[in-house]
Design a binder for this molecule. Sequence first.
Ligand code: SF4
Ligand code: SF4
Length: 94
Amino acid sequence: MAVHIGDTCINCGACIDECPVEAIVDEDDNPTGEEIYYVYNDKCVECVGHHDEPACATACPTEGCITWDAIGGSPSHREDITDEQRANKVPVVD
Ligand code: SF4
Ligand code: SF4
């Protein structure tokens, strides 16, 4: 993974158009079948080269729905995020 959308997602849609690489899909296209938005980790670049912080998390109105996750297939990742932050799914934006 790269960033992860958790089950507190309210399906508001604020994040999807902010993603510079179209890594986010809505609940209808979520491959897990969950009724929430979803980030493809093989597309998400953690907004490296696009924004100072992940734009999806900046746009998200919830408290901490979007978290750091293991790097996995992410094509780019932020060097300043620790393995501990990723392992504990720390919110990208508090
Ligand atoms: S962190 Fe950036 S690249 Fe990754 S899903 Fe969010 S908006 Fe898209
Ligand atoms: S902005 Fe946050 S609450 Fe809204 S759809 Fe995206 S992840 Fe879900």
